[in-house]
Design a protein around this ligand. Sequence first.
Ligand code: HPA
Length: 277
Amino acid sequence: MSEVYDKLISCYECVRKKTDFVPKVAIVLGSGLGDYAENIRVEYELPYSEIEGFPVSTVPGHAGKFIFGFIDEIPVVCMKGRVHFYEGYPISDVVLPTRLMKLMGARILFLTNAAGGVNTSFHAGDLMLIKDQISVFAPNPLIGANMDELGVRFPDMSTVYDGELQQLIRRTAKDNGIFLQEGVYAQLTGPSFESPAEIRMLRTLGCDAVGMSTVVEAIAANHMGMKICGISCISNLAAGMTANPLTHEEVQEAADMAAPNFKKLVTESVKGMKKLI
Ligand code: HPA
């Protein structure tokens, strides 16, 4: 058995010593959704630091714990704080939490993030439904011996973001009067923001939003057969699109401003998943 698989299983066993909660939906909270837990009937919280071997995030605003609870009777696990590749973890550690939530029982993965807007019709504060992704600028988390227990060697990637879930989120946004952009998300490694030339390149390639997460998690979840959906909060227009230099603080502030609609869209969409799980 591979080291990566052994570590995953030992983390799973560690979680199971603490809780027997079985989530149906896994939600990864990006910047701006930090205090999302107020929308959940919380049953149990598990700091990442209590799971032996689990990667613990070092980014300010990404304090790490699993929150187990219910959104309208649907059992969910939320990741408050995720691990990024740019923090220096091996890519297998970056996707370990995603795999762990699948092992806990989650069938649906709801990914959220803050992203730079690449599409020139986007504005800071917009929400964007992720329709597809570009992974070629991030390391593939499936490189290495395939873990046959998790999925096949060469997974199909033609519908990573589930069509039914996309429809549900579109309808939910409409019903709640929330404006929703749609587009393709690309993950770059970071931690430096992109250069204006890189943003022009990404736009040429068909990318609408850019960030430093999400894509590798979606690859790992797709490998394991999860149904995936995702929403980006466009926290800024990407480099070169405005006169201003980019800062982490600006990203955080804009994401905080968009947070009420973001939280509402996530919560109401999860409620609508009742018939899909
Ligand atoms: N680039 C990359 N990642 C980001 C950005 C950006 O402009 N904004 C928020 N996350």
